[in-house]
Design a protein around this ligand. Sequence first.
Ligand code: IDP
Ligand code: MG
Length: 141
Amino acid sequence: MQRTLVLLKPDALQRGLAGEIISRLEGRGLKIVAMKMMQMDEELAKRLYEIHKGKSFFQGLIEQITSSPIIAAVFEGENAVELVRGTMGETDPALAMPGTIRGDLALDIGRNLIHGADSEEIAEKESELFFSAKEIFRLHP
Ligand code: IDP
Ligand code: MG
């Protein structure tokens, strides 16, 4: 069983798409094991997106993600990292396949609704940025 970090970005909440997005992830068999609503500050945003520092879109990305509240979550399931990434679709909604969250719902690359960690190792690091160990639950079926 794998765990991965997901963020519903500001545009997801502003457009009333949080439920739809969560539902699509649950529809793939993924389970919520941690969740909180919060407004990210610049420090947290820069830590999350550290690997993009220096790129042309970095400042805009930091401004966008801190502009309004987000929902942070940890999802659990077999192959959770890849399953979330596949359900999200390509970064640029114009290239994202129909049937994916971004392909069906996102407006543009700066407002692409969702973040998902892109490896198991990064998922663990990112989860620690948003949640303490006590805030990540074990589900008893
Ligand atoms: P990902 O979210 O699919 O993992 P990354 O390459 O990690 O994509 O980029 C992080 C975020 O930065 C993207 O989700 C998108 O919002 C933004 N971004 C990436 N590339 C561009 C770009 O070329 N122009 C504007 N924003 C971008
Ligand atoms: Mg990424």
